[in-house]
Design a binder for this molecule. Structure first.
Ligand code: THU
Length: 152
């Protein structure tokens, strides 16, 4: 696995809680992400849509942007993503695990490069126990990264 103990149940719970703050009035699809740092702390994010649609920020990007803003990209140890269609109360529903979109995979790769870890990516659902476990290299093989720019 990795050099940090991953409490997957707690991270899924954190991502589910974060998804309740999704701003997703257009898609009505709430996503939550929980990023585990090496000191055991957890940074969360939820998708943040806007009326232009195309400028939406995904949950993983919001969470990792927050991690970056606190100067801790090198400390990322794992990321969990959950999501599902919102019910009338705005809560995500459904038992199917959600995978990071292509853009988010590239954003996760930046954390993977900075932390020098092939990051665990855990995809879970809004409800139930279904989980898919990956490494980033499974989801984004041959990623474009700093080495392609000549940066070690
Ligand atoms: N979404 C995420 O937050 N993360 C992903 O990896 C996939 C998609 C959001 C974007 C949009 O607000 C909603 O899910 C439907 O696409």
């Amino acid at each position: 696995m990795t050099d940090v103990t991953i409490d997957e149940t707690a991270l899924i719970a954190a991502a589910r809680t974060a998804a309740r703050n999704a701003h997703a009035p257009y898609s009505k699809f709430a996503v939550g992400a929980a990023v585990l740092l090496t000191d055991g702390s957890v940074v969360t994010g939820a998708n943040f849509e806007n009326a232009s649609y195309g400028l939406t920020l995904c949950a993983e990007t919001v969470a990792l942007g927050t991690v970056s803003a606190s100067g801790r990209l090198r400390d990322v140890a794992a990321i969990v993503v959950i999501g599902g269609a919102m019910d009338a109360a705005g809560r995500p529903t459904g038992t199917g695990p959600v995978s990071p979109c292509g853009r988010c995979r590239q954003v996760i790769n930046e954390a993977a490069q900075m932390s020098r870890r092939d990051l665990p990516v855990v995809c879970a659902a809004a409800e139930g126990d279904a989980v898919r476990r990956y490494r980033l290299s499974d989801l984004l093989p041959d990623a474009f990264g700093p080495a392609d720019l000549g940066i070690a």
